[in-house]
Design a protein around this ligand. Structure first.
Ligand code: DGJ
Length: 709
């Protein structure tokens, strides 16, 4: 049967999509396993033709990328908005042409009655990316836009959802639920992606696991407010819908104006969650700004000195950081303005003569003289009411006139959509970077948007988010050598759009390794290891008060952009040597850790098992961690699927400095003498791990036997 002209077949890496253009807004009729050539024939539509059922409209409205209430769609419409009179609230689009450029499809649709034009862009590569743009084609009337989301249909066999919760210092906590009839929904109004509801969700077949089941995942690449919904309709169909959350009155399209939605990045696998999340990683790795150089071992001053900056102390810390092998030294909060604690100074981005009487020069020279790069902390979108900037320009704060503003951490958000405020911040940052030898900016954001009105009184989060991107872009253009890290009270701003402009995220303010195991496992479902800031913190975690030995802290930080955030001045020589050994081990495995495929393994809930496989499957490094005192005395053998089934691998335990896994009456033979196993044996028989103390981790190195072909 000949291919139908209005069915477009897109081929990605491991996933195909078939898009039906006959309705208006495109309908993705297949998003899943690859199909043979020329299969986008009429039969797909015939095969999927849904019968009419009693008690329902006389049509089955499709789940298009922007489903339409006016066409009979019973779920949440993709477009919410209307004219001032209320008209135009239930638009129905008709096809208006398309272009196909390789794997990039652009589909135009129009509604002449409502005076609207819709353009959908769908691209399939490592991931499926979809965005929609709405134009007001009326010549006279404005359009009040309340929301324009991307909707993706998910096959009816998806029976479970994995969504995320969290809070400060406990980000990316996955939650598995049955996908029952009705809607699971999240609305985030914090002005940043948030600690508790990162814009990410997965749906899958019943019991899908890391290496089994069909999985569909979607992420909204946006750093402001968002809404997500996963609905199972009464007729059994399912969809996920992700978009920017707009406050009332936040967006008005004047005649001729348009709104472009954030991009939805979507992934799919027929072989479980790990393979699906690798698509997110590959998608990020393909972006032009992805770091190609080895990720330098970081030392960050925050947990060592907080606001107590003193040149001699900082120099001594730098000496020790260099001694243990750090390659970049980041001076955190406290170096500028009146910032001697968190109650003042934000907005005054000039070096404090109290904290650094001789400027930053002596510290930077010392750090670079030790062979390390220098980095510095900033929080450019903020202003403290107690600051020179606020005293000079109270009108630059993103607040609502007539009301007492609500503060968070004693601070307010600065309205970067006001050009003068934007120019001021750009000028200050530009000067900071021009006047100093700075390789890294830790860009923090610690205040929710609350009643954040722009200059005209309308909600300001949308414009602020675009202004933030503009500021980052302009600064990167002026200082292309500077790497920028996205931090937001830890991991409250981790998304693919901010990562187009940044090369690292501060995953969490929690450096407690026990919590970090879960946080990093959740974050690994969206970002690859080399972007995930992971530090060895102090023995006693400042966030949780728990104590963990160095081996566990090192094993946990190992699988990320590794660093240290600890007062090294309190360590004796033996402790410094042990830390140096951990750093050097990380550096030995760094090319594998930062270039391989991140994998997670299914095991009992007391444990977390994960690792990285070399893309050619010649090598792997795996971590098996005990989070709790387990019900069984011995853990289950660790199954390691996904290596080359026909290759033989040498298995070796990689002891970490000071490692004490627990009292063992005997140790599994492979841990003491090594072992050689084939990939299929590792997948189906596995490795027996010894009983472990709670809060310990063991590293396993797996290397293909050299003379095997
Ligand atoms: C919040 C960040 O998450 C911390 O790492 C640290 O940079 C502080 N802000 C500094 O105020």
């Amino acid at each position: 049967m000949p291919a139908r002209a209005d069915l477009i077949h897109l081929r990605g890496t491991g996933t195909d999509a078939v898009v039906d253009l006959s309705h208006g807004a495109p309908v993705i009729v297949h998003w899943g396993a690859p199909l043979g050539e020329g299969r986008a024939g009429a039969s797909i539509s015939a095969a999927l033709d849904r019968p009419l059922v009693p008690g329902s409209p006389d049509v089955v409205a499709p789940i298009s990328v922007v489903p339409e209430h006016g066409s009979g769609f019973p779920g949440r419409p993709g477009l919410l908005g209307c004219r001032r009179s209320g008209a135009g609230w239930a638009p129905r689009f008709r096809p208006a042409g398309h272009t196909l450029d390789g794997n990039r499809l652009a589909v135009a649709a129009r509604d002449g009655v409502a005076g609207l034009a819709l353009t959908t862009t769908i691209e399939l590569g490592h991931a499926l990316t979809v965005r929609v743009e709405l134009a007001n084609t009326s010549e006279r009337e404005r359009y009040l836009l309340n929301g324009l989301s991307v909707t993706l249909p998910v096959p009816q066999r998806a029976a479970e959802l994995v969504t995320f919760t969290g809070r400060w210092a406990r980000e990316f906590q996955p939650v598995r639920t049955e996908w029952t009839q009705g809607a699971w929904t999240v609305e985030n109004r914090r002005g940043r992606p948030s600690h508790e509801h990162p814009p990410l969700l997965f749906a899958g077949t019943a019991g899908f696991r890391e290496w089994t089941g069909s999985v569909w995942g979607a992420h909204l690449a946006w750093s402001g407010n968002h809404a997500m919904i996963a609905e199972r309709l009464a007729d059994g169909r399912r969809y996920v819908q992700l978009g920017e959350l707009l406050h009332p009155g936040e967006l008005t399209l004047e005649p001729g104006e348009s709104y472009r939605s954030p991009e939805v990045v979507a992934v799919h696998s027929e072989a479980g969650l790990t393979a699906a999340t690798q698509q997110f990683h590959r998608h990020l790795r393909a972006r032009p700004n992805h770091p190609r150089s080895p990720r330098p071992v970081m030392f960050n001053t925050w947990e060592a000195v907080r606001f107590d900056h003193d040149l001699d102390r900082l120099r001594a810390l730098a000496d020790r950081a260099a001694r243990v092998g750090a390659e970049r030294f980041v001076l955190d909060d406290g170096w500028f303005g009146s910032r001697r604690d968190d109650t003042s100074g934000l907005g005054d981005w000039t070096v404090s003569p109290d904290a650094h009487p001789q400027g930053l020069g002596p510290l930077i020279e010392h750090v670079t003289g030790l062979g390390m790069q220098f980095g510095i902390w900033v929080e450019p979108e903020m202003v403290s009411p107690d600051s020179g900037l606020f005293r000079a320009h109270p009108e630059w704060a993103l607040t609502t006139d007539g009301y007492e503003p609500v503060l968070a951490r004693h601070q307010l958000v600065l309205d970067l959509a006001q050009q003068d405020a934007y120019d001021y911040v750009l000028g200050q940052l530009d000067a900071l970077l021009s006047d100093h030898d700075i390789a890294h900016l830790k860009w923090d954001m610690n205040c929710d948007h609350m009643g954040a009105s722009g200059a005209g009184g309308a909600p300001g989060t949308h414009e602020q988010t675009l202004s933030l991107y503009r500021l980052l872009d302009e600064l990167r253009q002026r200082h292309p050598g500077v790497e920028i890290e996205s931090c937001s009270s830890g991991g409250a701003r981790i998304d693919h759009e901010i990562l187009r402009r940044t090369v690292r995220v501060w995953t969490s303010d929690c450096v407690d390794a026990l919590e970090r195991q879960t946080i990093q496992s959740g974050a690994s479902m969206l970002i690859p290891p080399e972007l995930m800031g992971a530090h060895i913190g102090p023995e006693r975690s400042p966030a949780t008060g728990r104590r963990h030995d160095l081996a566990f802290r090192a094993a946990t930080a190992f699988f990320g952009h590794f660093g240290i955030e600890w007062n090294l001045l309190g360590l004796d020589d033996a402790e410094l040597d042990a830390l140096a050994e951990a750093v050097s081990l990380h550096r030995r495995f760094r090319p594998l850790l930062h270039g391989g495929d991140a994998v997670r393994f299914d095991t009992e809930s007391a444990y977390i098992a994960h690792g990285v496989y070399a893309p050619d499957r010649s090598e792997a490094l795996v971590s098996f961690a005990a989070l709790a005192w387990a019900p069984s005395q011995t853990p289950p053998p660790l199954l390691l699927p996904g290596l080359d089934p026909d290759r033989r691998y040498e298995i070796q335990h990689v002891p970490l400095p000071g490692e004490d896994l627990g009292p063992q009456r005997s140790t599994p033979a492979w841990m003491t003498g090594g072992a050689v196993l084939a990939g299929d044996e590792l997948a189906h028989i596995g490795l027996q791990v010894p009983p472990l103390y709670a809060a310990t981790a063991t590293l396993i190195h797996i290397q293909a036997v050299r003379d095997d072909t």
